[in-house]
Design a protein around this ligand. Structure first.
Ligand code: TMP
Length: 258
């Protein structure tokens, strides 16, 4: 097969030129990083799981009318997505206090927030993705006021969808990060959900046991990271039962499987 042109390599994904103009192939690596690249590991099978989980979530968002970059999954590690101009912001929605907000504002971990809180972080590895205000965003032209409104409205719709989806399978959506891209169609521009939504970018706690089922397992050295991601996939119905027992490659469908 002809070697595809690589457009960009990030910490957890590689982007290749897509087969048609306006498309990109998003390849999910097994690499995990935390604390702005200071901590690194290869978690075997993570990319496969995140590809499937993100596909499932993006497809669900499309179904309720939230536009995303997702077109279709190509194979175990790749999906075809729309080419967008990424807005250089990480949009975080929080329902319960955890992570940086707990630390920064002294809120007790796990406390329900008075309402869902939206935060913006400037995507810049050299600076460690600093928290920014709407003033910074408009002054430095990272997004205009209309785009900020649109991103906040979309982020809340994503939050409602994800909260319900996960609650239905016994998982609390503590917080998550979403990225947006500008898609140009002639004179028109619209913001769509881009990047990925997976246990790498969410905090997910088991509602019964409180067990952590997301990337905090890696950040906090709790172990069994991919097992937790696999359990998230299994509960969402993304994996067949037979795929949930440790195997991460394609599974041979056996005769006795339903
Ligand atoms: P934080 O509490 O560390 O600010 O993280 C908030 C949410 O955003 C959490 O679900 C993890 C996610 N996140 C990312 O997806 N990428 C990042 O680089 C960071 C710092 C957080």
């Amino acid at each position: 097969m002809a070697r595809r042109k690589q457009i960009y390599e990030g910490k957890a994904k590689i982007l290749f030129e897509g087969p048609e103009p306006g498309t990109i192939i998003q390849y999910f690596k097994d690499d995990a990083t935390a604390f702005n690249n200071q901590k690194k590991a290869v978690l075997e099978g993570k990319g496969v799981l995140n590809n499937r989980i993100s596909e499932f979530i993006m497809t669900g968002l499309e179904r309720i009318g939230v536009p995303t970059h997702f077109i279709r999954r190509l194979n175990m590690r790749e999906q075809l997505v729309r080419h967008v101009e990424i807005v250089p912001l990480e949009v975080v929605v929080r329902n319960y206090a955890a992570g940086s907000i707990a630390k920064r504002l002294g809120v007790e971990e796990g406390a329900a927030l008075p309402r869902s809180i939206i935060e913006f972080y400037f995507k810049n590895d050299d600076l460690g993705d600093p928290l920014v205000s709407e003033e910074h965003i408009t002054a430095f032209n990272w997004a205009n006021p209309q785009e900020i409104d649109d991103m906040m409205a979309l982020a809340l719709r994503v939050n409602d969808f994800l909260s319900g989806l996960f609650a239905g399978v016994g998982i609390r959506l503590v917080d998550f990060k979403v990225e947006f891209g500008r898609q140009y169609e002639g004179e028109m521009m619209r913001l769509i959900v881009a990047d990925e939504i997976s246990p790498d970018s969410c905090r997910l706690w088991d509602m019964e046991t409180g067990d952590i089922m997301d990337k905090d397992r890696f950040r906090k050295d709790l172990g069994d990271v991919t097992d937790a991601y696999r359990e998230v996939a299994r509960r969402l119905g993304v994996l067949r039962e037979t795929e949930s027992s440790g195997q991460t490659g394609p599974v041979l469908v056996s005769d006795n499987e339903k």
